[in-house]
Design a protein around this ligand. Sequence first.
Ligand SMILES: [Fe+2]
Length: 389
Amino acid sequence: MTRTPFICCNQVYFGNGAVSDLGTVVQRFGAGRVLVVTDRGVRNAGILGEPLSALQRSGIGYAVFDDIKPEPNEGTVDALVAAVRDEKIDAVVGIGGGSVLDCAKVAAILLSRGGRLRDYLGQGKVAGYGLPLILVPTTSGTGSESTPNALFIVDGEKQAVISPYLVPKVAVIDPVVTATAPPHVTAAAGVDALVHACESFTSLRSTSLTEMYSLRAAELIARSIRTAVWQGIDMAAREDMALGSYLAGIAIANAGTGAVHALAYPLGSKHGLSHGISNSVMFLYVSEANIPAAIQKFAILARALGAKTTDMSRREAAYAYVDEIMSIIRDVGLPLSLAEFGVEPSDIHELVTDAMKQTRLLNNNPRVLAQEDIEKIYRHALSGEGCRH
Ligand SMILES: [Fe+2]
């Protein structure tokens, strides 16, 4: 049996105000000039001020690229690399949500090892470390700071670069920088993180070690997501969400995600739904399909999400999980039906075809899903009819 090592980043700076240490962190790599990868939303929210000041205080120069688009593609990565190709860059700092962090991961490889994004798509195509990589998440969601994955839309499909060399040297997780995220962003990112916690827990690749991260993440996110969304300045809730999404990221780095993500990806690539929203809208319907395949685990998850299951049978407890996630999605104001996004019944065939290609994720799912199962799940998501309430 070949064992794979447990993946997590080398160093984590966690806590309110942690971005003030960014200059010191970069100095430890002996870097004189860094590339800061970010997007306009982060810049306009004023989040860059403190990290850039921290770099200046340590005498570190920087170039800022702020044109990362949601759901990045090859063009996004090409523009990023071209912007600094003639500069001497010693390290890459990503400050943003999942799209920004994924682009920073790949930039660190391309600026050091050459080639184009397409050369590295798939598993294990990166031969070694790129430039030192430091990631600063500004939303509590993707967990990209913990994972060996970077996702891009290439040839109309969501494709991944997967390599342990994409895991950052340092993650700087500062709940303060997440506090300006508006309710809809906090909600979509937070539900994505919750999906990570739950899908990794029921993944066929889960282990005792990954389950520990998954369960704690589920508890933290479930208890604080509503407050983080509707009282964004509540720092206790923001801390729970930042820690929860980080722990869930470690869980998916090692146990993977499942059919929620597999069925969500085509909604991003074909219908333009954001990663968080597409996962949120499929969460309930995929979960209902999965429950009979993993009653025990879903019963444990239901308790972690806050369900009172003491007097329930194990099966009743497992189905209480569906009620918990539905109430969370409703309470944070996210949609529970695909119809709201203009998806038509005639779109389902293409969605099913694309989802079936996500075998990397479907293979982790606790229930084997045949083509007709996936079609049924999309139909439920479109009509809301699988929703039992
Ligand atoms: Fe995700």
